[in-house]
Design a protein around this ligand. Structure first.
Ligand code: ADP
Ligand code: ASP
Ligand code: MG
Length: 413
């Protein structure tokens, strides 16, 4: 007997028929003698709808009430799945975050889990042989007693954190693709499914735009060594495929130089022209942005030819773009720049692979390949196991496909 956490995303619980299909996956594991805690997302599109309603009600809404509204999507699916399992003769009950409890900090809308008490769920396994159907995405901020949510895609994190808390043998993340691919299979049909991917690479892929797993879920899987698979809820419930295992680097036999390509449109570019080229200027620009909790990612400072002024380009999250511009306009006199230019029609393309540690010139090949396609690179950043390029959003697909082929990731025709 094993103890399992099974997580089902929005597409997998999109309607009653799909929920019944989820119940069949759960039944398979119960019939095999396992203890099961299921984590469910809201029906696909539901969270977007709820977020939209909050905005319609008031643009500047109370984040605590936002959480009350958006957490409701998961409450519906947890109840519906419990009803469906009961209908199939399987003892089951729903659990909301506050009932377990899943405790979080008070950062409403993007809360972090601070602790989970798995004892009641385990007690129900032992005493009632009951499936626990847990609402993903939500928790409770104990000091205020308010409902909190974990940020978009947060049910992945609920699942992995719960698996750690109840010492599950495995956490299966069921979604609408049958594993982690070398890039988003929706934009590159030649993408290949990976049997295994290392925690570090998955962390980078998720941070750099591959939304198949929420970043925090990968961090938790790595820290608590949770055996996590990404697999498909659309496989035959009687005979599913194992999917992709997220594991230690040492457990991967055949390592490529590049494992995956990710892209993110969540970044905007800001360029300050003719900034005074003197000590303290970078602090004058980036200090106020940091004070406003705006994350600056790529930074390029051009060496000036007149030694008096220089240009500085950097990126900020698209959601913070307008705020960043307003802040920089506010401190314009202190920084002393001639003009501020911005662009939101940009995309960050990244290549990730632990093999980059031991191979030189990997990024240089990408620069050449993109140049041959006439794609201009606006900014570059590199780190030990990835490099990222900022380009015009219009070239997203072409650039992802070009790099995917360049590094030999296309599946055999
Ligand atoms: P869920 O609702 O099940 O949480 P998501 O939509 O959050 O599902 O994540 C699954 C989606 O992630 C896939 O449909 C796919 O388009 C996208 N995706 C992006 N990059 C990758 C990748 N490298 N491998 C697999 N899927 C990816
Ligand atoms: N329903 C939430 C969202 O759409 C959480 C999740 O699906 O993981 O972001
Ligand atoms: Mg998701």
């Amino acid at each position: 007997m094993a103890r399992l956490v099974m997580k089902f995303g929005g597409t997998s619980v999109a309607n009653i028929e799909r929920i019944r299909n989820v119940a069949r996956h759960v039944k398979r594991e119960i019939d095999a003698g396992h203890e099961v805690a299921v984590v469910v997302s809201a029906m696909s599109g539901k969270t977007n709808e709820l977020v939209g309603w909050c905005r319609d009600a008031s643009v500047l809404h109370d984040a605590r009430e936002y959480d009350t509204v958006v957490a409701s999507g998961e409450q519906v699916t947890s109840g519906l799945l419990a009803i469906t399992l009961q209908d199939m003769g399987i003892p089951a009950r729903s659990w909301q975050g506050w009932q377990i409890p899943i405790e979080t900090d008070g950062a409403h809308g993007a809360a972090r889990i601070t602790g989970i008490d798995g004892s009641k769920i385990i007690q129900h396994f032992n005493e009632r042989g009951e499936v626990a159907v847990v609402s993903g995405f939500q928790g409770i901020h104990r000091p205020t007693g308010r409902i909190s949510t974990l940020g978009r895609g947060g049910s992945d994190t609920s699942a992995v954190a719960l698996a750690a808390a109840i010492q599950a043998d495995r956490c299966d993340i069921y979604t609408d693709v049958d594993g982690v691919y070398t890039t988003d299979p929706r934009i590159v049909p030649q993408a290949r499914r990976l049997d295994r991917v290392s925690f570090e690479e998955m962390l980078e892929m998720a941070s750099l735009g591959a939304k198949v797993l929420q970043v925090r879920s990968v961090e938790l899987a790595m820290i608590h060594n949770v055996k996590t698979f990404v697999r498909s809820s659309f496989d035959d419930p009687a005979d599913p495929k194992p999917g992709t295992l997220i594991c230690d680097e040492e457990d991967i036999v055949e390592q490529q130089i590049i494992t995956g390509i990710a892209y993110s449109k969540d970044e905007a570019q800001i360029t300050l022209r003719r900034v005074a080229d003197k000590p303290g200027v970078a602090a004058a620009i980036f200090g106020p942005l940091a004070d406003a909790s705006i994350n600056v990612d790529m930074i390029i400072q051009v060496v000036s030819d007149d030694t008096v002024t220089t240009d500085i380009t950097f990126t900020v999250p698209t959601a913070d773009y307008e705020r960043a511009k307003t802040i920089l306009e506010g401190v314009r006199d202190r920084i002393g720049y001639a003009s501020l230019q911005g662009a939101t029609d940009v995309v960050k393309i990244s290549a990730i692979g632990v093999g980059m540690r031991s191979h030189a010139g990997v990024a240089a090949r990408a620069f050449r390949a993109l140049a041959e396609k006439g794609i201009n690179i606006r900014a570059i950043t590199t780190s030990e196991i990835k490099f990222s390029l900022l380009i015009d959003a219009a070239y997203t697909e072409l650039a992802v496909r070009t790099l995917h082929s360049l590094y030999g990731l296309d599946k055999a025709a």
